[in-house]
Design a protein around this ligand. Structure first.
Ligand code: NAD
Length: 480
């Protein structure tokens, strides 16, 4: 496609230096709307990683000595720089990831909000005094930064993914080496640029790209690294958790989900449909909290499917930079193949196709918003996270049965329910095995609330008070 904005040059950021490829291997960055290569991200070798580790070690010593109040001021300055450049960053984000420009703008704004939240929260790393057992003695609990941390973020949220890990760790006084996804590097680098220009001391933040398995194995094995934070699939989370366990290192793992949505007989159907359309097709469904398994009361199942399918069919799928688009492309060709395989399997298993189910055109990675009604529990898509713009539905008539079905999978990240009954809302929020529950809403992610899962969706929380805890250790001082 001609006339597209240009994509920013890409670097490694190690010890305060911006390092271009300079003879290193590089990995192509592809625009999902065109399928064309728009850039090449330099890949760090073992020497680069060792330099990043040394920088993070020295950076930690310097940064932990900076008062939390001053750290907060610097993080707020970075937030302001992110906001000042939001429009340019949002365009870069859409070019590399594909999502609608309107969504990219919201995401960059949210990244700045995350820095503001942690800028404040870092000042509240309170300890406590415990009543002593003997006269003239005291017990105090101090909270200290855990140390240099290694972060790994995926391609679906190139701004807020890195922002959560960088802002929280830096606010706590840790240093950070982050490996954002090689597929979406420019947005993370724009955040690093804002922190650099806000005056972050050298080595406190280092950004590397590379072969994911080699980089994670190298960093996690280093005695410098004290904490690992990963967002991505359960498969990779399990691998990184095992590497971390070898060094008995703390982990925060934000892994896959497969969110159920239970719509009860007394729900406001029109509202549930319109909120579900907006939530499901955000970022073309490539969201770990995306609503996917729709359990619809038998009295409204068919009406819900009909209204939702009509909304899905009416959506304009197109280039994220085009004003008329309502859903952008999938982020990479792996997702297209995954959609094809899951839909074929569901139709073979007995689901009925109420909307979509196919690719759009042969340029870029576009897929029609898809509705698979009456999908049997044995279909792969009822068990594997689709991570794309597809919903599956089943009718239910009994609370216990629908709770069992919603909780059947090993995932437990997000779950949603729609009802006008206070007692049903209370019962369902207690019984769903999930880190986050939305009642009559899909809004569950803001910087001031804890985000994370249970079961194989991972452990640890990002955001909220809990988001800072992830980077603090408690030290008891007993004094006579
Ligand atoms: P993937 O599982 O190979 O990769 C997921 C992410 O992990 C990528 O960013 C990748 O660079 C990184 N990664 C892979 N191997 C790694 C390793 N050994 N060490 C460190 N990082 C590693 O697959 P994918 O095709 O990118 O995505 C497939 C699935 O991953 C999706 O279907 C979805 O279930 C899940 N996913 C989840 C999230 C999330 O927000 N929780 C984000 C992206 C992908």
């Amino acid at each position: 496609m001609s006339g597209r904005p240009t994509y920013d040059p890409l670097f490694l950021f190690i010890g305060g230096a911006w390092i271009a490829a300079e003879g290193r291997a590089a990995s192509p960055v592809v625009d999902p709307a065109t399928g064309e290569t728009i850039g090449a991200v330099p890949l760090a070798g073992p020497d680069d990683l060792d330099r990043a580790l040394e920088a993070a070690w020295k950076g930690f010593a310097a940064w932990r000595a900076v008062p939390a109040f001053e750290r907060g001021k610097l993080l707020r300055r970075a937030a302001e720089l992110i906001r000042a450049r939001a429009e340019a960053s949002a365009v870069q984000l859409t070019l590399e990831e594909g999502k609608l420009l309107a969504e990219a703008r919201q995401e960059v704004a949210a990244a700045a909000d995350i820095f503001d939240w942690f800028a404040e929260e870092g000042r509240r790393a309170y300890g406590r005094v415990i009543p002593a057992r003997a006269e003239a003695s005291r017990f105090t609990v101090q909270r200290e930064p855990v140390g240099p941390m290694a972060a790994f973020t995926p391609w679906n949220f190139p701004a807020t993914g890195p922002a959560r890990k960088i802002a929280a760790s830096l606010a706590a006084g840790c240093s950070c080496i982050i490996k954002p996804a090689e597929e979406t590097p420019a947005t993370a680098l724009a955040i690093a640029r804002a922190l650099d220009e806000a005056g972050l001391p050298k080595g406190v933040l280092n950004v590397v790209f590379g072969d994911p398995a080699a980089v994670s194995a190298h960093l996690i094995a280093s005695p410098v690294i004290r904490k690992i934070s990963f967002t991505g699939s359960t498969r990779v989370g399990r691998l990184l958790g095992a590497l971390a366990a070898d060094g008995v290192k703390r982990t925060t793992l934000e892994l896959g989900g497969h969110a159920p949505v239970i719509v009860f007989e007394d729900a406001d159907l029109d509202r549930a449909v319109s909120l579900a359309l907006a939530a499901k097709f955000r970022n073309a469904g490539q969201v770990c909290t995306s609503p996917t398994r729709f359990y619809l009361h038998e009295t409204l199942h068919d009406r819900f499917v009909e209204a939702f399918a009509a909304g899905a069919q009416a959506m304009t799928v197109g280039d994220g930079l085009a004003a008329e688009s309502r859903m952008g492309p999938l982020a990479n060709p792996r997702r297209l193949s995954a959609m094809e395989a899951l839909v074929d399997d569901a139709l073979r298993t007995g689901a009925s196709l109420a909307a979509g189910g196919r690719r759009v055109g042969d340029q870029g990675f576009f897929w029609r918003p898809t509705v698979l009604a009456d999908t049997p529990a044995s279909a792969r898509i009822m068990n594997e996270e689709p991570f794309g713009p597809i919903i599956v539905t089943q009718a239910f008539d009994d609370l216990d049965a629908v709770v069992a079905e919603a909780n059947r999978l090993p995932f437990g990240l997000a779950a949603y329910a729609f009802t006008r009954s206070l007692s049903t809302a209370t019962a369902i929020s207690e019984r769903l095995e999930s880190g986050m529950v939305g009642l009559n809403t899909f809004t569950i992610t803001v910087p001031e609330t804890p985000f994370g899962g249970v079961k194989q969706s991972g452990h640890g929380r990002e955001g909220g008070l809990e988001g800072l805890d992830a980077y603090l250790v408690a030290k008891l001082v007993s004094q006579m």
